[in-house]
Write a protein that binds this ligand. Structure first.
Ligand code: NI
Ligand code: MN
Length: 225
């Protein structure tokens, strides 16, 4: 599968059969001005939590493409009330979709909507498709629960936040990579705002010093796994 970085925590995953969008925050991200929302036609949209920097463009994209919104119960209900399609999940739950299998896993963070209303509890996803397994951590602290992921899945890639302040920083992300037993990490949630600015070269070097690969993509660039 091909994974395109759309800036911040937004990903566009192209499997052999489907396009899957994760946490779209594009129109509000001046650094992602090269991305045109109209070019995205996802069959499914995965949302880790309700914060604005993860859901800003959901309505527009879901409406235009009749996308299935997959998230926790509260977030899916919120979008279903706007007439959009959704599939609610909750922590620990697994479901087989036509694009592959998802498990909604624990994250330590918060999840209010931009207006302050309740957005359920934040989570991450383990996506199994095209004979690959990727962990999309969402916004989270380092947590021992990540060890449960390694006990169930043999990951090919871990997508981890590394920007610190609101989520794990680089040092904790290195430990997280140990906990999930995956040395190939795609970094996200960095450099969008001043609170989460990082030294990219230093981050890559720190991972490398620990025998790990940290992939930092320019916005719009992709990796294939
Ligand atoms: Ni957040
Ligand atoms: Mn965030």
């Amino acid at each position: 599968m091909e994974i395109q970085f759309l800036g911040h925590a937004a990903l566009y995953i192209k499997t052999s059969t489907h396009n899957i969008l994760v946490d779209p925050f594009i129109s509000g991200n001046p650094k992602a001005s090269s991305i045109n929302i109209q070019d995205l036609n996802p069959q499914a949209i995965l949302l880790t939590h309700a914060h604005q920097d993860h859901i800003l463009d959901v309505e527009k994209i879901a409406k235009a493409n009749d996308s299935l919104i997959i998230s926790n119960f509260e977030i899916v209900s919120h979008f279903q009330n706007k007439g959009l399609n959704g599939h609610p999940m909750n922590h620990g739950g697994k479901w087989t979709f036509d694009f592959g299998e998802l498990k909604y896993v624990n994250a330590i963070h918060t999840s209010s909507f931009p207006d302050g209303s309740y957005g359920g509890q934040p989570g991450g996803f383990v996506l199994s498709t095209d004979n690959k397994i990727i962990y999309i951590a969402g916004d989270t602290a380092l947590t021992y629960d990540m060890k449960l992921i390694a006990s169930e899945f043999k990951l090919d890639l871990a997508v981890l936040p590394i920007g610190d302040n609101f989520t794990m920083g680089i040092d904790d992300a290195i430990v997280a990579s140990d906990f999930v037993e995956c040395d190939k990490v795609l970094g996200c949630h960095f450099d969008t705002f001043s609170f989460i600015e990082i030294d990219q070269n230093r981050a890559v070097e720190k991972f490398s010093n620990n025998g790990k690969e940290l992939i930092l993509l320019q916005i719009g660039m992709s990796i294939t796994i």
